[in-house]
Design a protein around this ligand. Structure first.
Ligand code: SF4
Length: 148
């Protein structure tokens, strides 16, 4: 199973925000995009979705920026991935033209079960778990605020 780029980018953004310490100046969307080396518009879309999920808070104006919410820090990675990936199946049984086996396909059922097992393996992990050492220190080192 392969995650969409959108999901991966959203998770990367969340991980970067998760290593901000209390008292640090919040990062802006543009700064997150710069340190991740990805287009601003992609991060902006991911941030909007993460706000809707209650994971990220965005404050405008001077001193504003992005912060991870308390719920975001404790969020289950499995839940986030489910929300970000949507209801899609791993195979396109209903494409145009649809697969003639789709109404009675054992493979489809097995793949759905495998997809659920994939998410279930991520359920016990929280965002905070993802940034424990060694990932957190590496993230901080990689993503020092751009100078100038
Ligand atoms: S063979 Fe089964 S899993 Fe594959 S596309 Fe057809 S219905 Fe879906």
């Amino acid at each position: 199973m392969r995650l969409t780029k959108f999901t991966d980018l959203a998770l990367r953004s969340v991980m970067r925000l998760a290593v901000q310490k209390d008292g640090d100046e919040p990062l802006t969307t543009r700064e997150v995009a710069e340190v991740m080396g990805v287009p601003y518009t992609h991060v902006a879309k991911a941030v909007t979705r993460l706000q809707h999920l209650g994971v990220v808070e965005a404050r405008r104006g001077r001193g504003g920026g992005l912060t991870l919410t308390g719920a975001g820090r404790q969020a289950s990675v499995g839940r986030l991935v489910r929300e970000l990936e949507g209801d899609g199946e791993v195979v396109a049984c209903e494409d145009d033209p649809p697969c003639p086996l789709r109404a009675a396909c054992r493979l489809r059922r097995a793949l759905r079960d495998a997809q659920e097992a994939f998410y279930a393996a991520l359920d016990p992990l929280t965002v905070a778990d993802l940034v424990a050492s060694p990932t957190g220190p590496v993230l901080i080192g990689l993503t020092d605020r751009p100078s100038g």
